[in-house]
Design a protein around this ligand. Structure first.
Ligand code: C5P
Length: 232
């Protein structure tokens, strides 16, 4: 795997999701299923999208005690997704428990990715609410190293950080980067954005793209433009 465009299917129902996916008659996009869709439709939506031939990033961001996360990951592993994730803030024992739970009897498992500091957390709220006093970029890099040492496959980060993460954790450590916009597109509520071509140049392994594709007048053309800029 590697170098692919993941489409964030941030829809609230199976109906809306399939109305969108049915537009794709050629290449099946790699799909991200987040909390909204998963909580609305349950595991059935994952099985159904998988059965249609899509790769899936199940973005549920687990964070609990190691035993609970291990057991939850064992359940998610049965859904046969390609990538799933957790919060690095759950610490090493939780990440190792997650890897154990995800690993199937034949030794295979989905890729496991860590969320570091959410981009909605800034320096001020980090210091005030969770008493972390270090600069936020150092905190992100520390989480990345901790995740790597625990055996995880990569992190979610801003495309602006992908180069530094590779320098620190190695080229093989995957960077999955949201916050992607076309040069002539609407930025919306994303603050720090990059084009697919810039994300490619800086070394992102996967870009996660939502509204620039899902809200486009022609979603298939927007997806193909992303693939052309990022993968080709
Ligand atoms: O519509 P848009 O391209 O902004 O969607 C980006 C996707 O990536 C959404 O599903 C959003 O929840 C997710 N995401 C993000 N920033 C993060 C982590 C995840 O935008 N730091």
């Amino acid at each position: 795997m590697g170098k692919d465009v993941i489409v964030a299917c941030d829809f609230s129902s199976a109906e809306a999701t399939f109305a969108f996916l049915n537009k794709f008659t050629g290449k099946k996009p790699f799909v991200k299923i987040g909390m909204e869709l998963y909580y609305a439709e349950g595991p059935a939506i994952v099985r159904e999208i998988k059965a249609r031939g899509h790769k899936i990033f199940l973005d549920l961001k687990l964070h609990d005690i190691p035993n609970t996360v291990k057991k939850a990951m064992a359940v998610l592993s049965n859904l046969d997704v390609d990538i799933t994730n957790l919060h690095a803030a759950g610490a090493t024992a939780m990440m190792q428990g997650a890897l154990e739970g995800l690993t199937r009897p034949d030794g295979s498992r989905p890729l496991l990715i860590a969320v570091t500091q959410l981009t909605s957390t800034d320096q001020q709220s980090m210091e005030r609410d969770i008493l972390i006093k270090e600069p936020i970029d150092q905190v992100v890099m520390h989480y990345a190293k901790t995740a790597k040492n625990a055996g995880l496959d990569g992190i979610v980060c801003s495309p602006l950080e992908a180069g530094k993460v590779h320098d620190t954790c190695g080229k093989e450590f995957l960077t999955i980067t949201p916050g992607v916009r076309f040069a002539d597109g609407d930025v919306g509520d994303q603050k720090r954005v990059m084009t697919p071509a810039q994300a490619k140049a800086i070394g992102s392994d996967y870009i996660v793209v939502g509204r620039p594709i899902t809200a486009a007048a022609d979603p298939v053309a927007a997806y193909e433009r992303c693939v052309a800029e990022f993968c080709d």
